[in-house]
Design a protein around this ligand. Structure first.
Ligand code: CP
Length: 291
């Protein structure tokens, strides 16, 4: 069965095919899956948006959904992710959405006879977040070629930056990076711009959450907004047609001035709405063997 583990596996044609499916989902032009189909959401790291929007997406598609977490399952007895997913396969689950902390761990489970969706693997990738970000950008601009996207924040620990940088470049966008020296990531780039340069130049400002749970840098918030974040003064410098993205949860007043979270340029809550439709599209495409 097909999986969605990384943005690297998708061609541009497949990305645009998912957008077409998502448009159908958005406009309620789809038939729910009539055959009884089970989907499992296996979340071993915390989540609000991804987990809840997958549940909504599965329910809207007519799937039977179930949830497994790390605390109340046999993970507490030391059962591996492979054996857990093999169990789900054995009882008839056809789609498993998995969030866990080890980069690339799902690659070891690719031969199982159920479709796997990577819902975030530590600092690795977050392909469904990337697809909803891309869909939100495309919804606004209708193209990627020539767009300047600035990705700003905790690059080193960000699976969202990794998935998006790769896909955006492949789609023809110019991608720039803003961060403080400790969070630079040579796998993404060796060239950085300042936040002041980013707000003057970019069409899309993609802010990232400081990943407090993945490092012990306790002093990072002091002066962060003024030095590296989106203040009201900087927002006023942005192009009139530019938009602001953030995968959320947002550290209000740290990556972005709290008042800007729901400002006219912000697409932060639109991203969440689009997360349901793009996840419906992903599940539909996987069930039809299209990815
Ligand atoms: N953006 C995102 O992945 O949010 P959650 O961690 O709440 O799922």
């Amino acid at each position: 069965r097909p999986h969605l583990l990384s943005m690297q596996q998708l061609t541009n044609e497949q990305i645009f095919h998912l957008f077409q499916l998502a448009d159908q989902m958005k406009n309620n032009l789809y038939l729910p899956v009539e055959r009884q189909t089970f989907a499992a959401n296996v979340f071993l790291e915390p989540s609000t948006r991804t987990k809840m929007s997958f549940q909504v997406a599965e329910t809207r598609l007519g799937l039977e959904t179930m949830n497994l977490d790390g605390e109340s399952s046999s993970f507490t007895k030391g059962e591996s992710l492979y054996d857990t997913l093999k169990t789900l396969e054995s009882i008839g689950v056809e789609v498993a959405v998995v969030r866990q902390s080890e980069v690339g761990l799902l690659d070891q489970c690719k031969d199982l006879n159920l479709s796997l969706i990577n819902a975030g693997d530590g600092c690795g990738e977050h392909p469904t977040q990337s697809l909803l970000d891309l869909y939100t950008i495309h919804e606004h601009f209708q193209h990627f070629e020539g767009l300047h996207v600035a990705i700003a924040g905790d690059l080193k620990h960000s699976r969202v930056a990794r998935s998006n940088a790769h896909a955006l470049r492949k789609l023809g966008a110019e991608v720039s990076f803003v961060t403080k020296p400790e969070w630079q990531d040579p796998t993404l780039t060796d060239r950085y711009i300042t936040m002041d340069e980013a707000v003057h130049e970019c069409d899309v400002l993609m802010l990232l959450r400081i990943q407090h749970e993945r490092h012990t840098d306790s002093g990072e918030e002091l002066g962060y907004l003024e030095n590296y974040g989106l203040t009201k003064e900087r927002e006023a410098m942005m192009h009139p047609n530019a938009i602001i993205l953030h995968p959320a949860p947002v550290n209000r007043g740290v990556e972005i001035d709290s008042d800007l979270v729901e400002s006219p340029k912000s697409r932060i809550f639109r991203q969440m709405t689009n997360g349901v439709t793009i996840r419906m599209a992903i599940i539909e495409a996987l069930l039809k063997g299209e990815l």
